[in-house]
Ligand binder design. Structure first.
Ligand code: ADP
Ligand code: ZN
Length: 722
């Protein structure tokens, strides 16, 4: 870009194809990456200077940039990331940019802190309240107003009165940093020889250059300690670090561990923050005061300027894929960002994604293994319970063997966990008299009974009705029956079977994040004997007293027509089984299954994770499925099924021919209606080295225009097939 351009291209934060040209008013200096406000139609919106204008429009026909914000420009690396993500996911670049410009408050100058200091002049009238204030300020330091009020308990008017009387002087101080910088040498871990070996392998990746390490270690193997040391290295080298977690709002233990290691809390980034907190973290990251962030996937778009290390904890986790708006996968885009930033990435998991395992096998990622648990802790023994022969009585869900093990754990003074990955009481409500099944009026899905709250609820759109007393179809009373178990129903059975156990039930609909965090702390302190929970309890927690885990329906995830069904089931079973015996106790896990011979169950029981990955990789390769091939889903939706289907058929016939591309569909989606919109799916499959994003872009551009209430959503590398 030339030094003083009279016009520039500005990417605006809205879903348009590319940047627009604006003129630069005299006296305004802009560079690429500068954050600006520009007029668009009747409004002013945020944008970023992208470079020289594309087209030669006469300068006097362009509108002026309204304002340049007084913050450092976004880094070249971040601008490239925006373009990369947009090109790959088929989102508009402005839409991706919006994920970067997430805090408009952050652009305003930080508000100074009002503080007071004594002048030395004594006021004529001295009240007890006034005396308290003057006493507090004896040290002649300036005290921030809220601190002064907090320390003295006076009302603000007392302070203002003293100021008017000339006894106090009001000052404006710069706000304190949002977090203190982490100290890389605060509490260096003493690593086990195996952990030290893993760290050395990470250190062997050249600093200041792009590199990825897959930290592939069993649950409880001490991966966190290892990547903290790698983060410390990066901080020592003067670069910023980002640690992504799948469920940050629920993980206070992680923040505590960080704080113990680095002597100060990390900056956080997730949906539970206030706009002011967000603004301060965002600006701190851009200005470089914030050196380390622990965040959810959206933290990937924070405006780091010296990013040196990215860690994705539980890298296999489905929460890293964003499913609406920009359909990006934070794991893949983290690798892209690291490449652009010449940074290093650590992907950490006890159950790596098949994609990452394949990259490690192929030598693209350093494969770093931790095969034993830290200290004396051992991996749990896994037993499959064949429900066809050893199942419980009809209407019950806990098999006799599992019940005995729960009793035994309690006798030993240890904890047990019953796991079922389904919220609510029962997934289906049915009338015994007429056979009517309760369905959501807006979605092709059953209404799930939530007995604690007394409602039937759709898990797709949130529609709720009070649980009826009589059948809505035939009017018969007391004829409705609950079919199948949800976690609340398991809790009911557990209450009857283990009446003396101190029980806790946990699922994501059972309270606020704060309340759930409190439950986790209570479990850690050993205040419960029996934990009954959904996948919320399977992730990352460290419950020292937990020694028995029972999975009530290990087959639950296998039924879907999803190419990743086996992988996802293996991951969740390993994670939940891995909660057992995390601290020296010998853990046991029990899988209730109707398919004890399934490859997933066999791998779980034998502990043969290498065998599982080999089997799964071979199956993917044979089917040309990811990571050996690429997939892109097109979901066509409309208010009427026929409109969606007809459009999808015409779209299919307009598809350009390309070698190696196979198209499937259109077919009604497995959940064929959501929120009143009918959904039809098309799937494109290609070889690994084919630019499938480019193909789909070309396809949509050559197809007919999308009009009326039709919508086409593109999902590159789909993770969900519903
Ligand atoms: P992972 O993330 O691999 O599941 P963690 O990092 O949570 O495992 O470690 C499991 C437990 O072992 C934690 O309680 C952790 O504090 C402890 N631990 C791991 N490594 C060390 C170490 N080097 N020194 C002290 N404690 C450790
Ligand atoms: Zn619904």
């Amino acid at each position: 870009m030339q030094e003083h351009p009279d016009s520039v291209a500005v990417m605006v934060g809205v879903a348009v194809d590319g940047p627009y040209s604006y003129s630069v008013p005299a006296g305004m200096a802009v560079t690429r990456g500068a954050i600006v406000a520009v007029p668009l139609g009747p409004r002013l919106i945020l944008g970023v200077v992208w470079g020289p204008p594309k087209d030669k429009i006469a300068h006097n026909r362009l509108r002026d940039i309204a304002q340049v914000y007084d913050v450092p420009p976004l880094s070249e690396e971040l601008l490239k990331l925006v373009e990369w993500v947009a090109r790959y996911t088929l989102a508009a670049p402005g839409q991706v940019l919006r994920a970067v410009l997430r805090s408009s408050e952050a652009l305003d100058p930080p508000r100074p802190v009002i503080a007071y200091r004594r002048t030395g002049h004594e006021p004529e009238k001295l009240t007890p309240a006034r005396l308290r204030v003057l006493d507090a300020l004896m040290d002649d330091m300036a005290w921030p107003r809220p601190v002064l009020i907090g320390a003295t308990g006076v009302s603000p008017s007392v302070i203002e009165g003293l100021e008017r009387a000339g006894a106090l002087e009001k000052l404006e101080m710069p706000p304190p940093p949002v977090v203190m910088p982490p100290e890389p040498d605060h509490a260096i871990a003493s690593l086990s020889p195996e952990q030290q070996g893993a760290l050395e392998q990470i250190r062997a990746l050249p600093v200041d250059r792009f590199g990825v390490a897959l930290l592939d270690g069993v649950t409880g193997g001490g991966k966190t300690e290892v990547f903290f040391e790698a983060v410390a290295d990066s901080l020592r080298a003067g670069r910023q670090a980002l640690i992504l977690l799948p469920e940050i709002a629920l993980t206070n233990t992680f923040i505590e561990r960080f704080t113990r290691r680095f002597g100060t809390r990390p900056a956080e980034w997730h949906s539970d923050m206030t706009p002011v907190q967000r603004a301060r973290v965002w600006r701190g990251v851009l200005e470089g005061d914030v050196r380390a962030v622990v965040g959810a996937r959206s933290a990937l778009f924070l405006p780091f300027r010296q990013l040196g290390m990215l860690v994705l904890d539980e890298e296999h986790d489905g929460a890293y894929k964003q499913a609406d708006g920009v359909n990006y996968h934070a794991r893949d885009m983290a690798v892209v960002r690291a490449r652009l930033a010449n940074a290093r990435v650590i992907l950490s998991s006890a159950t790596p994604s098949v994609e990452s395992r394949n990259n490690a096998n192929a030598g693209r990622y350093a494969h770093i293994k931790l095969e034993s648990r830290f200290a004396a802790a051992a991996l749990p023994d896994v037993t499959a319970i064949d429900m066809r022969v050893d199942g419980p009585d009809k209407g019950e869900w806990i098999s006799p063997l599992l019940a005995r093990e729960v009793f035994a754990a309690m006798d030993r003074g240890e904890q047990a966990l019953l796991f079922l990955n389904r919220r609510g009481y029962a997934p289906l409500t049915l009338c015994r008299a007429c056979g009517h099944q309760y369905q959501c009026p807006n979605c092709s899905a059953w209404m799930v009974e939530h007995r604690f709250r007394g409602v039937l609820m759709c898990h797709h759109c949130g529609h709720e009705v009070r649980t009826p007393k009589a059948c809505g179809a035939c009017g018969e009373t007391d004829s409705l029956v609950a079919v199948g178990p949800g976690i609340e129903r398991v809790a009911e059975e557990a209450a009857a079977r283990f009446p003396d156990a101190r029980r806790v039930i946990l699922s994501s609909d059972m309270g606020s994040h704060g309340q759930l965090r409190e439950r986790f702390s209570e479990i850690e302190r050993g205040e419960y004997d029996l934990i009954i929970g959904t996948q919320l309890v399977s992730k990352g927690h460290h419950f020292e007293k937990l020694s028995v885990v029972g999975v009530l329906d290990a087959d639950l995830g296998l039924a879907h027509g999803d190419p990743r069904a086996a992988e996802k089931t293996y991951q969740i079973l390993t994670q939940v089984a891995g909660r057992a015996g995390r601290a020296s106790r010998h853990g046991k896990a029990f899988l209730q299954t109707y398919h004890p011979d399934h490859a997933v169950m066999r791998a779980m029981v034998s502990g043969d994770r290498e065998g599982f990955y080999a089997h799964e990789l071979a199956a993917r390769e044979a089917g040309g499925l990811p990571p050996f091939g690429r997939l892109a889903a097109l979901i066509v939706s409309a208010n009427e099924q026929a409109v969606a289907m007809d459009f999808a058929k015409r779209l299919l016939s307009a598809a350009p021919m390309a070698e190696g591309v196979r198209l499937f569909g259109p077919a009604d989606a497995p959940v064929s209606m959501v929120r009143g919109r009918h959904r039809v799916r098309l799937l494109a499959q290609s070889g690994k080295d084919f630019d499938l994003s480019g193909y789909v872009r070309f396809w949509l551009a050559s197809g007919e225009k999308i009009t009326g209430n039709l919508r086409v959503q593109v999902d590159i590398d789909p993770m969900s097939f519903m």
